[in-house]
Design a protein around this ligand. Sequence first.
Ligand code: ZN
Length: 162
Amino acid sequence: MAGLEDLYREIILDHYRSPRNRGELPTPPAVRAEGHNPLCGDEITVFIDVDDSEGEGVVRDVKVSGQGCSISQSSASMMSQAVIGKSVPEVLAVVKRFKGMMSLDTGNDDDTGADEPTIGTGGDGAEHPLGDLEALQGVVKFPVRIKCATLAWNTLLEALDQ
Ligand code: ZN
């Protein structure tokens, strides 16, 4: 078990040291939302550019800026990777799935389990449907840090609402 936790720590630190999709996008066309976790001092700004020229919107690009602890920043980096190129309904499904992983009452969610999107390339994500995001599941053991991990995701939802 220690081996797996070491791996997860490595993944989190990698995203923290080399955050993906860091920066800003011009608004408009992108929209921006800010999230703040006063418990820890984490700040996240999410820029999201949704192409809704045809039917359901597709996330064309996401950029993240902000500062905070390793959990909040690595989660934001993983979030950006997880949603670029996905349709809005797919993004909402990923958010739901991630927040499900981050909630303490797991085990009995009412998801059908069918048609759930995978993260990453190809369709071979069945074993690890959340990819790197699974590295954050250890955070559930530390309730204070759950808000760090979900901050970027709640901010993303706020941006999508606009
Ligand atoms: Zn934090």
